[in-house]
Design a protein around this ligand. Structure first.
Ligand code: CTP
Length: 404
């Protein structure tokens, strides 16, 4: 079963008897880990209530373009940007016609116009309507614009007729949607990713660390797995769950991360250092908790940690190695210097001074820098960004024996 973990699916429900099956579809998308938001057309609300979809999706249902309360919570443009994919199921003949014409006369058509994410339809209608020349012409126009169409199935219909026009079963739709996320660009490849902060122990209760949440490294691990790679995630302490199909190696300190990285990196094709590694550790670990006693000052002597990504990049016959550069000034200059100093193939630079992006946030914008170019990606969600990055990074890999 393909996964939809952390995928943001916007489900459009239009007017048709098959709308009752969309309730089950929401459940199945959620089961695979998707975050689902439902948009209902006016006609859909004749068949089902928004409350049903709200209860199943765990999110408020969007119905009107001009509803100030809904717009204040998440405006329609924000919603269009939020979605990784839009699936309209059931898609009625009327909806397909409006979409083919490029109309934006309700919330769902407006979202379909505004989004840059892929759009899929699961048509459902009477077999005569489906086979009508007008509907077939609309279908062709939509497919030419890159809209993917699931189904319809053939069989007996609610109206008593038999023929094509049945909405595909929810389980099939969930699988078809999940399969669209699988690119196979990294199939047969081994990828090792470091993520999260490290903790450098001072005594049994204290440590030095940083604010890294690990979200970017985890999103990369997920995107690499989705692209077919065998992924090892070497993770410092985070609160994040292990992504599906990813092997996680838990470490605490930079030196543990260094050791785990070197032992896994030699056999991998791509190494991505997304961890925010502490640069120093206390020179001495105190076996007992330090009592503050009378002293007003405490001086710690710190010793430099090994540079993990540089060590991996220096391995003879080692993997294609990618680092991150989190900078608060002179982004391009500092990142390029890091690329050279650490001997990397590419470096993902992000400006940590930008509000609402980067460290500990859900969104990020980066520049992928190598010796030939600087490619700007984002701002977008870390999940979307991870996918875009994995797409770019997979181009760095030399062709494998199985490619030729
Ligand atoms: N990195 C690493 N091991 C370290 C320090 C950093 O592998 N001991 C990796 C990070 O995972 C990241 C890249 O190096 O991919 C850059 O990290 P950053 O902390 O920005 O760079 P530093 O080497 O610490 O340089 P500076 O302190 O000058 O910013």
């Amino acid at each position: 079963m393909s996964s939809l973990t952390n995928k943001r699916i916007l489900l459009g429900v239009t007017g048709g008897i098959a709308a009752y099956k969309s309730a089950d579809l929401v459940r199945r998308l959620k089961e695979r880990g998707a975050d689902v938001r439902v948009v209902m057309t006016e006609a859909a609300r004749e068949f089902m209530t928004p409350l049903t979809f709200q209860a199943l999706s765990g999110n408020p249902v969007h119905t009107d373009l001009l509803d100030p309360a809904a717009e204040a919570a998440m405006g329609h443009i924000e919603l269009a940007r939020w979605a990784d994919r839009i699936l309209v199921a059931p898609a009625s003949a009327n909806f397909m016609a409006r979409l083919a014409e490029g109309r934006g006369d309700d919330l769902l058509t407006t979202l379909c116009l505004a989004t840059r994410s892929p759009l899929s339809l699961a048509p459902a209608m009477n077999q005569g309507m489906w086979q009508n020349e007008a509907t077939q012409a609309n279908l062709l126009r939509l497919q030419e614009r890159g809209v993917s169409v699931f189904g319809p199935g053939d069989g007996s219909q609610a109206c008593g007729e038999v023929g094509p026009g049945r909405m595909l079963e929810p389980a099939m739709l969930a699988e078809a949607l999940a399969a669209q996320f699988e690119s196979g660009r990294l199939s047969g490849r081994k990828v090792v990713i470091t993520a999260g902060p490290t903790r450098e122990a001072i005594d049994p209760v204290r440590y030095l660390s940083n604010h890294s949440s690990g979200k970017m490294g985890y999103a990369l691990a997920e995107a690499a797995a989705e692209a077919g790679a065998q992924v090892t995630l070497i993770s410092g302490p985070t609160h994040l769950p292990r992504p599906d199909r990813v092997q996680r190696v838990d470490v605490t300190s930079a030196r543990e991360m260094h050791e785990a990285s070197l032992s896994h990196a030699a056999q991998c094709d791509l190494f991505i250092a997304a961890a925010a590694v502490a640069d120093y550790h206390p020179a001495e670990y105190l076996e007992q908790k330090l009592k503050k006693g009378d002293s007003d000052q405490w001086q710690l002597t710190l010793v430099k940690n090994p540079d993990i990504v540089a060590a991996v990049a220096a391995l003879a016959g080692g993997p294609t190695t990618i680092g991150f550069a989190a900078e608060s000034e002179n982004l391009l200059e500092f990142a390029r210097a890091k690329l050279e100093r650490k001997g990397l193939r590419g470096i993902i630079a992000n400006d940590i001074s930008r509000e609402g992006l980067g460290f500990n946030s859900d969104d990020n914008a980066v520049i992928l820098i190598d010796r030939e170019r600087a490619l700007e990606l984002g701002p977008m969600s870390k999940t979307q960004l991870a996918r875009a990055l994995i797409h770019e990074l997979s181009d760095y890999l030399p062709a494998s024996a199985s490619d030729s």
